[in-house]
Write a protein that binds this ligand. Sequence first.
Ligand code: XIL
Length: 389
Amino acid sequence: MSVALYATSTPMRMSRRTFARVVAASAAATVAARVRLSFDVVPRLAGQEVALKDLVPRGWLIGAAINQNQSDGRDTVAVDLITRQFNTISPENLLKFQSLHPEPDRFTFDAADRYVAFGRDRGMAVIGHNLVWHSQTPRWVWDGPDGALADRATMLARMRTHIMTVVGRYQDRIRGWDVVNEALNEDGTLRDSPWRRGIGDDYIARAFEFAHAADPNAELYYNDYNLATRSEKRAGAIRIVKDLQQRGIRIDAVGEQGHWRLNTPTSAELDQAITDLRTTGLTVMITELDVNLLPQAGTPARGQPPSPESNPYANGLPDEMQQALARYYADAFRVLLKHRDGMSRVTFWGVSDGDSWLNRGRTNYPLLWDRQRHPKPAFDRVVAVLAGQ
Ligand code: XIL
């Protein structure tokens, strides 16, 4: 027997085993609907929706980056969706250096506290993002006298104060931290960030040491982008990990951000990337997953309208693109499942298309839920892959 599964797009057919998994998962969860099981077969489940968190392999975290409208509870539709679907959250902007520590002697924790409470109240794994980065960090952190760069001791002291205060505040409440974000150039050499120029190459090791001292139980991650598409950059990430390991410093996972495009990385590239990163012995996380469908160049200048060529789907996504996105997501999740024991988390960078940072004046479609917060064909395909494992 097989049972038709009515998805947002084309109806799919499921094997009995898959069907049983979906039913079990649905029954176990607070569920809502889009993958709708036919009413006459399973009346109790009609109109309910499967949850990704109930379908992922045991031990995996699956989540989304959330914004302040969500962590403050104003965006109630999204809050509902996040609560049902995910078992982990990341802060899209709220825990970045500039959000928490705008001036040397002033920390601003209110919104961050509410973000942490949002996750704790729901029994989710709360992620911290991030401690040391060249972006979204206020100038004072790196400034020395007369416009020069601060000296090593000064900059290290500032880094230490920031990390001890922030990580210490959320001790035992934040599961793990992106300690250092985007330290690499595309060729795998260390980026010439103000942190590195001020402190030296060991700024990375020091950041991890401070984070560990502030919360010995927290997991610590190195996070970067293009690790799946650029083997030289990936080799650089592996060097960072091995250096920390040789120094005896804690590191728990490597994050590939996962800001992907259709067919980039390919399944083969993603497979190879995870295999390579796993040689460190760490688990791999996809920490900021989204799939950009827009042309590469074309972000309009602030306040300017985008050119029509740079914004081809302003009036909607053609069905063939919708299906291509769904297939790409399905292929990617198949590879992630192949590495199920080596993966510990998948986090989307945003909940629905309307929330995504990839719009920036254009109309993008990178996530699993559309602007009306309805699940897209990509959601159905990911569900089918997870349920069929
Ligand atoms: C982005 C946010 O999504 C935007 O809202 C913000 O304006 C810029 O930063 N890599 C990261 C994330 O590690 O912190 C970035 O988030 C996306 C790229």
